[in-house]
Write a new protein. Structure first.
Lengths: 95, 220
């Protein structure tokens, strides 16, 4: 599977709440971040968890978020960030 | 009077009581057998019954995991401080670099993030407790706690301060949430004043917590 996004792209995490073995933490859903690494292609854990083959495999990205964007009352430096591993099916091009 | 009750009762205690003023250390069996504990036992038994793995293989694997320690990660850190080519390889693929030191870091890909004067990295798995066990051993209990997992991504500076680590606001704190198929280790900054130390002495400085990113290394 060819990676849809590349380093430097601004992406938005889908604000979805599907049931199941989801690997996208709530605190980044709906937030925009920047791709800092295309980190490989892996069988989809949301499928593997139910005994299915995990296809199509999912490109995995490091997505970097500004902490002050994630938490309205963030106590810290404006420089602080969080980098989260996010599978491509959870990402959209930022509007 | 039963066999376990075979003495005179002039001391007025309830027979199951523990005579010491502190609670008894519970045995494993004193907790409930939960659904998932029963499931894990059943799956292990089935794998062995069906000869998918043998009991020997399973116990050997547990021994291998238990034998891992932060010393192996520390060897890699010390080498990376001294050898730029090794460091470049480690930053690209920790498992491959580990092989160069005859360390088996396992099949789950491990990535390294480097602390610099401008960036302090710290690792967490907010969803469960992913950790590079096959490189630096079993995780500390606090790493698996809900408090650490929820707080370090929400208020990393407060958490680091509790570890005695004070980071200037000029430095970016970069929290890595290990949510997927990769595991992470931090390459800590080499402490000042260690220029003359050999590799073995450098290794001895490197701690587990520095490779999780909750502490800075010090020379004393």
């Amino acid at each position: 599977m060819t990676a849809r996004f590349t380093v430097g792209d601004t992406v938005q995490v889908r604000a979805a709440t599907p049931p199941g073995h989801v690997r996208t933490p709530y605190f980044i859903r709906g937030h925009a971040g920047t791709v800092t690494k295309v980190a490989g292609v892996f069988a989809n854990p949301e499928e593997l968890a139910y005994g299915r083959p995990g296809t199509p495999a999912q490109p995995l990205y490091w997505v970097q978020f500004a902490q002050k964007d994630l938490w309205a009352d963030y106590q810290g430096s404006d420089k602080d960030t969080a980098v989260v591993d996010v599978f491509e099916s959870w990402l959209e091009a930022a509007p | 009077m039963t066999a376990v009750h075979d003495h005179d009762h002039d001391h007025g205690h309830d027979h199951d009581d523990w005579p010491y003023p502190h609670p008894r250390q519970p045995d494993l069996e004193d907790g409930p057998l939960t659904h998932h504990m029963a499931m894990a036992e059943a799956v292990a038994e089935l794998l062995i019954d069906k000869e998918i793995i043998s009991a020997d293989e399973m116990h050997r694997m547990l021994e291998v995991i238990d034998s891992k320690s932060p010393a192996e990660g520390a060897r890699m850190v010390a080498r990376a401080w001294l050898d730029p080519d090794f460091k470049a390889k480690m930053m690209d693929d920790v498992n491959a670099a580990a092989k160069d030191l005859d360390i088996d870091a396992g099949g789950i890909p491990i990535r390294c993030v480097e602390n610099t004067p401008g960036v302090h990295n710290v690792i967490v798995c907010t969803l469960c407790s992913c950790y590079p066990r096959l490189l630096i051993g079993l995780p500390p209990d606090w790493y698996k706690s809900r408090a650490y997992r929820s707080r370090v991504v929400r208020e990393p500076r407060a958490v680091l301060t509790e570890f005695g680590t004070n980071i200037s606001n000029d430095v970016e704190i970069r929290v890595h949430d290990s949510t997927a198929d990769l595991r992470y280790m931090v390459l800590p900054e080499r402490p000042a004043g260690t220029e003359g130390l050999n590799e073995e002495s450098l290794r001895a400085l490197v701690t587990r917590d520095s490779m999780i990113g909750v502490t800075h290394l010090k020379t004393d």
